[in-house]
Design a protein around this ligand. Structure first.
Ligand code: RUB
Length: 324
């Protein structure tokens, strides 16, 4: 992991981190973003295997399942987190159920964790390539929050020589949009930051909107940072197409069986200062950090397996279920 002056978190490979530290870094949002937290959790499972002495199959299996449960619970909305953990632990379970030795089960788990991190990073290249092609020369693209998948699309379009201009919504209350702007500016892109409430004014100057995803439901609805659905609504009104960039492990299989995505609500101090809260104790603060963009406001979802319309989300989910 590396930190830059404005603390842009990266998980650009398997990280050496124990489960408790990974859990608290995800929970406290020192590492945030759906892809990064999934890679961090997979890394922590690998680290757990490497540091456990247990040679008892049963005991090892039960313990790693508990560790997985802990990691899954660190944040509630990004389904990449449980999916990432479940994909890794599916190999553990398969090896355990096949009656293999504790060493073999451990090896299978390590391989699966490494593979997950590798696939997750590789997905950005493909998402960038496919999504970048959909952006036209000279487009102005509006984006929100700090999504590595969305950034891949924008970087790729820039690298294809399309001369794009990017508008970043700053993304209150934690200003993840500033991180996106910093990353893209460092990459050489033309970037402008706007306050979130200026989105409707600026979307009229945009040709396309691009966002990431924390979860994609079976009907193609995209759960992403709060404000995304508002941006999507004004983009739809202005006939500006919204592209959501999402690795396939962000699709939420349980929505096929009626589950809804839990929307995380964070502390009031992220919205107002402690002094303010003390001075006005009767003011209620609400701080939901994600919202749901309906499929009718989404043009396409770009995954590493190709570009799909939101109505094809169930096909991705069917493939995903087989991995878990
Ligand atoms: C981050 C956020 C991002 C998605 C996708 O929210 O909403 O748009 O997670 O990001 P938070 P990525 O900062 O609260 O985690 O494409 O990097 O997975």
């Amino acid at each position: 992991m590396t930190d830059d002056p404005i603390n842009i978190p990266t998980v650009s490979g398997v990280v050496d981190i124990d489960v408790d530290t990974a859990y608290s870094q995800i929970k406290d949002m020192r590492i945030h973003g759906a892809g990064r937290i999934a890679r961090l959790a997979a890394s922590a499972l690998k680290n757990y295997v490497e540091n456990t002495n247990s040679s008892d199959r049963e005991q090892f299996y039960n313990n790693i399942m508990k560790e997985g449960k802990k990691l899954r619970s660190a944040r509630p909305t990004a389904v990449s987190l449980p999916n990432g953990v479940n994909i890794v632990l599916a190999s553990t379970r398969k090896s355990y159920n096949a009656g293999e030795s504790s060493d073999n089960i451990k090896e299978a788990t390590i391989k699966a964790a490494e593979q997950f991190v590798h696939n997750s990073l590789d997905a950005y290249n493909k998402i960038g390539e496919y999504g970048g092609k959909r952006i036209r020369n000279g487009d102005t693209v509006i984006t929100i929050c700090n999504s590595e998948a969305a950034i891949s699309v924008l970087k790729a379009a820039h690298d294809m020589g399309k001369g794009i201009k990017i508008i970043c919504c700053e993304t209150r209350p934690l200003f993840q949009g500033h991180k996106t702007a910093a990353t893209l500016s460092k990459h050489g892109c033309d970037v402008t930051i706007i306050i979130d409430s200026a989105a409707r004014r600026f979307v009229e100057k945009a040709d396309r909107a691009v966002c990431g995803a924390d979860a994609v439901a079976v009907n193609g609805a995209v759960v992403n940072k709060i404000g995304t659905s508002q941006l999507a609504a004004v983009a739809h009104e202005a006939r500006v197409k919204l592209m959501a960039a999402a690795e396939t492990y962000k699709f939420y299989a349980d929505t096929m069986y009626g589950e809804l995505t839990e929307i995380e609500e964070r502390d009031a101090t992220e919205v107002c200062s402690e002094e303010y809260l003390k001075a006005y104790p009767n003011i209620k603060i609400r701080n939901p950090v994600f919202d749901v963009t309906p499929p009718e406001n989404i043009d396409v979802i770009v995954t590493e397996k190709g570009i799909i319309p939101p109505s094809a989300a169930s096909l991705v989910i069917k493939d995903l279920i087989e991995l878990m």
